[in-house]
Design a protein around this ligand. Sequence first.
Ligand code: F0G
Length: 458
Amino acid sequence: MKFPAEPFRIKVVEPIKSTTVTERKALIKKAGYNIFMLPADSIFIDLLTDSGTSAMSDNQWAGMMLGDESYAGSKNYYHFEETVRDIFGFQNVIPTHQGRVAENLLFSTIVKEGDVVPNNIHFDTTRANIEHQKAQAVNCVIDEALNPETLHPFKGNMDIGKLEAVIQKYGVQRIPLILLTITNNSGGGQPVSMANVKAVSAVAKKYNIPLFFDSCRFAENCYFIKEREEGYKNKSIIEIARELFSYGDGTTMSAKKDGLVNMGGFLAMNNDSLAQQITNMLILIEGFRTYGGLAGRDLEAIARGLKEVLDEDYLRFRIQQTDFLGQMLIEQGIPIIKPVGGHAVYIDAKRFLPHIPPHEFPGVALIVELYTRAGIRGVEIGSLMFGRNDPETGKTIAPELELVRLAIPRRVYTSMHMQYTSEALGEIYNDRKSLRGYQITYAPEMLRHFTAKLKPMN
Ligand code: F0G
């Protein structure tokens, strides 16, 4: 079947407001050409993120009514703990209100100044949390990941040679953990293969370094393994997940993605004394260990969401819907990262707008145009998000890729919304030569893309 039909029907609807091009032009100018500064009700299709934007099921909403809001020992915590243990296999389960707090708690406990943390590609909050400890975040993804056109079934894989080289260069003492992000968000939502997980795990064991997963999109990663890796066709998603996590020592998780909830996260690990230390910190900044910044009803929704996300009908639709949008763009000649990833389509802004150099932010130019023209919001993952100011020249040092991500919220938009998006991008592609670059007028030191202000080049 060509059309990925939604494996759910709509019981509750949320109207979306339409705005005019003139209104949107004024709004984006007022927002300093930063799409994070826009009022969300001026957006027709919001593809800013797949994080915290999922539609919950009737079963999850029903679970919300069973919230046990006891300060300590809520029954929803036990359901949540049992579910996480069942899927991930790690014995200590520490709830947090979202993924970056899990990162912060883990890194502030085990990462010291001068340390080095390898990952396939660090997500921005992961990198920022490591750098906040005055440590270094190093990317070790395979070279194929850096070429948008190269086809590889597991483009999120870690390059074992690069990982070994980092360990040799800095020494085991300076590497408190190895991270592996599944799927690799900043590299195009690309999966990591089971073979690669095993190989990374073998290196981690050889040097006695803990291996942690960044598991935000673990179910999507496991679905790709089932589809693409030999030996997994007849395994269920939960069996694949259990095997995958058995090769590591713990995980950070933003449940706002594959937990199918609007808020929540956790840390899980086997090391009891580390879990104890982190729990002490948790109580200081998030709350008691049986709620960690969440309400009992939130924990129930996560427990139910983690089970629903393993459903193969759901995952097939999910991956096909993303692919559906990607293929429509490819058919129009629009350059995107291939193959299409799990949660998002990544447009190669460098090739879409070759006349705009990286320091004039081609990704921003495309995003602003997509919003003004069609009311669609995407996000730049390029020089604005990851570029750094060279202290000597004052110019932006560009990252390897200039991307625009169209992240698809889970169970929220229909395939017709995807067709509308594709049509809008087709029109912009035809008029691409008329787009201009941008320059920064204000930017903070860290995570600048969230609050930077820009203006169009003359
Ligand atoms: N790790 C990865 C791979 C992520 O994609 C994110 C969030 C986090 C950690 C942090 O989780 O938001 O719950 O604190 N990614 C979102 C995105 C924000 O749009 O990709 P969080």
